[in-house]
Design a protein around this ligand. Structure first.
Ligand code: ZN
Length: 658
């Protein structure tokens, strides 16, 4: 990759903004460039859907904040209030709404009510009318309620099992529906539809009208119809320049699904999508991940357009080619293993365009589809986002986190030598084998584990990777240059799970995000079991705590033991065991240790969360308005990009106003 590429763009609050590079985009043939361009337009067109899903007032708030920003940025000598406001505005833009993208807590306002009033005062008459929120004074009152009232929409995704998860969640997936009502509504649907069932509720909002529950489906002509029509428009253009017939077919199925909202079509599309392997350009576009819903029925909208890295993909293909070998040797009970692992495919890609829930905070690896029955029958497609990981790694290299939290020179050296190979390999094993492994007993569904399902699923995938990284098979398959690679991963995994990742959380608060819960749960569990006989310990050196692994082989055995239990929990749908495991090890943070981590991390001055700007793709047209080339550039700043997206991709105007 280019060495002079500027990865770091800026840093504010707890956020770090990076760019990613797309190697050799210029050299792609024109048809591929056009295909990528159309898919990218489709990827950006659904942006407003996610905003509205996150909270029903998000779009309204974004329009108001944008107007305030625009009005005040034109004024000379803006002063303190505007500077504070700008940071808050950028945080809202980053989070796709007024709740933190990761913790899902309502973002704290960093300016006073008086300061806000002084900013609102600069709105012009035209802006006020355009916002349709009443007079300037009324608008101000509404903002006070939305931004300063701590009890109003305080949490986007509530996971507190003592509360009604739906009533307490501020997302926009249910209206007037209690947790009990939603659960029995969907449980009934699943009971009636048998094993090979569509993912009920995935693409709709559940509302109560009188005494009956009704689904408002997200489709053309529906609530998000205006944005969905734009997506269809660009997808259809893409379909005409697809690389092969299979891509053309699944794009058509996807469009039909967007038109009708029929989830059978979405499953049909997903199956075709898994089997298409020959093209270089690939994409995700749809209602995909269910982390935003405490009950895991409703999916947020996301998109990712990408190009295959042929060479790197060839290298990791041996993982999927040997999937059955791993499955047969997995430490889980024979009855919970897959007898026949099918169709797990693995590829390394470069992201080109991130959209919806992938933007700006991007995943590093993706394994889809999520529908359990499709995974069992048809397998899944697994990708790792090489250029995103690379940008991450480049920006983190100088941050000093490793030096602060590694126990000794040996750990630092090990990480510098093998850290990035180890991390990539773990991601590959997690996505390609972990999520695809194991089987459920007849009649058991992942939502039997309710709010704990996502954490258990992530733990399963992580543990599968951790366990097999230490296997000699890695050497045999030429996946590692040296058997010490896994040791680098074991060190960094525990360092992160027990310490570094908690830098993202305020003192006194619990861990809520599924991936983070999973990492602490695994780390804390092996630490507890392993410290008795000195396999691993948390030691104190010169007043600071560090993780030291004394016996890597034994630690591997502990990962295997935990994997066995986690798979049992998933396969049998053991809700109580999932709850006990996660509440005991994954949720509460040791307060002394947490305080220490926060202090040590603060001194490093590194923002704990990362997001990415997209490149700008610009088509070059000839006299007859045909695309003759697509130019790529990386010059946009964070606000420039966000404000441009707001101007060019605001397709939903029937949103709720306060
Ligand atoms: Zn995962």
């Amino acid at each position: 990759m280019e060495n002079n590429f500027q990865y770091l763009v800026e840093q504010f609050a707890d956020l770090r903004i990076l760019r990613f590079n797309i190697p050799n985009f210029e050299k792609l043939p024109l048809p591929q460039k056009k295909y990528i361009y159309y898919l990218s337009q489709a990827a950006l067109s659904g942006r407003d859907i996610l905003w509205d899903q996150n909270n029903k007032y998000n779009l309204w708030l974004r329009h108001v904040l944008t107007a305030i920003y625009t009005a005040n940025s034109k004024i000379e000598d803006q002063g303190e209030a505007f500077k504070l406001f700008e940071v808050f505005f950028k945080r809202v833009l980053f989070s796709n709404g007024f709740h933190h993208h990761y913790s899902t807590d309502k973002l704290e306002v960093n300016f006073s009510k008086e300061q806000l009033q002084s900013l609102v005062a600069h709105l012009t008459e035209g802006q006020i009318n355009g916002l349709r929120g009443g007079s300037k004074e009324e608008l101000f009152e509404k903002l006070l309620c939305l931004l300063y009232d701590a009890s109003f929409a305080s949490k986007r995704v509530c996971q507190d099992p003592t509360k009604d998860l739906l009533v307490e969640s501020a997302n926009n997936f249910y209206e007037g529906v209690t947790q009990k009502e939603a659960e029995s509504y969907y449980q009934k649907k699943y009971r009636e539809s048998g094993h090979q069932s569509i993912s009920h509720g995935l693409n709709s909002r559940l509302v109560k009208e009188g005494d009956t529950l009704k689904e408002e489906v997200w489709k053309s002509g529906g609530v998000y119809g205006m944005a969905i029509d734009q997506i269809i428009y660009w997808l259809e253009k893409a379909g005409k320049v697809a690389e092969n017939k299979d891509q053309e077919t699944y794009i058509k199925l996807l469009c039909d699904y967007y038109r009708t909202g029929d989830l059978h079509l979405f499953d049909e599309y997903s199956i075709k999508w898994i089997h298409e392997q020959s093209g270089d350009v690939d994409f995700i576009n749809g209602f995909i991940e269910v982390y935003g819903d405490s009950l895991s029925y409703k999916a947020t909208w996301e998109s990712l357009v990408n190009i295959k890295d042929r060479e790197a993909s060839e290298h990791v293909k041996v993982i999927s080619d040997n999937a059955q070998w791993f499955e047969d040797r997995s430490p889980v009970d024979v009855g919970f293993r897959k007898k026949q692992v099918s169709g797990v495919s693995m590829k390394v890609i470069s992201a080109v365009m991130l959209g919806g829930d992938c933007y700006p905070a991007s995943p590093l690896g993706i394994n889809l589809p999520n529908a359990e029955w499709i995974r069992e029958v048809h397998g899944s497609k697994s990708v790792s986002l090489e250029n995103i990981s690379y940008a991450h790694g480049q920006a983190s290299l100088k941050a000093g986190v490793l030096e602060e939290f590694a126990a000794n020179e040996e750990q630092i050296e090990l990480h510098k030598k093998f850290g990035s190979i180890a991390d990539n390999l773990h991601t590959h094993l997690h996505e390609c084998l972990g999520h695809g492994s194991g089987r459920m007993l007849e009649g058991i569904k992942i939502d039997d584990l309710k709010a704990y399902g996502s954490t258990i699923e992530e733990a399963r995938a992580d543990l599968f990777g951790l366990y097999f990284m230490a296997d000699e098979k890695m050497l045999e398959l030429d996946l590692v240059p040296d058997m010490d690679v896994y040791k680098a991963q074991y060190n960094s995994y525990l360092r992160n799970g027990l310490m570094v990742q908690t830098a993202r959380i305020q003192l006194g608060k619990d861990i809520e995000q599924a991936h983070m819960r999973n990492r602490q749960m695994i780390s804390k569990w092996v630490l507890e079991k392993g410290q008795k006989n000195k396999v691993v310990e948390l030691t104190q050196i010169e007043g600071k705590k560090y993780i030291v692994i004394h016996d890597y082989e034994q630690l591997r055995a502990l990962f295997g033991e935990l994997l066995k239990e986690i798979q049992r929990i998933k396969s049998t749908g053991d809700y109580q065991a999932a709850k006990d495991m996660i509440e005991t090890y994954g949720v509460k943070i040791d307060q002394d240790l947490h305080q220490e981590v926060l202090e040590r991390y603060k001194k490093l001055n590194v923002a704990p969360y990362t997001g990415f700007l997209n490149p700008v793709l610009e088509p070059e047209l000839n006299d007859t308005a045909e695309i003759v080339d697509v130019k790529i550039s990386y010059k946009e700043s964070f606000l420039e990009q966000m404000l441009r997206y707001g101007r060019e991709y605001s397709f939903i105007d029937n949103f709720e106003r306060m």
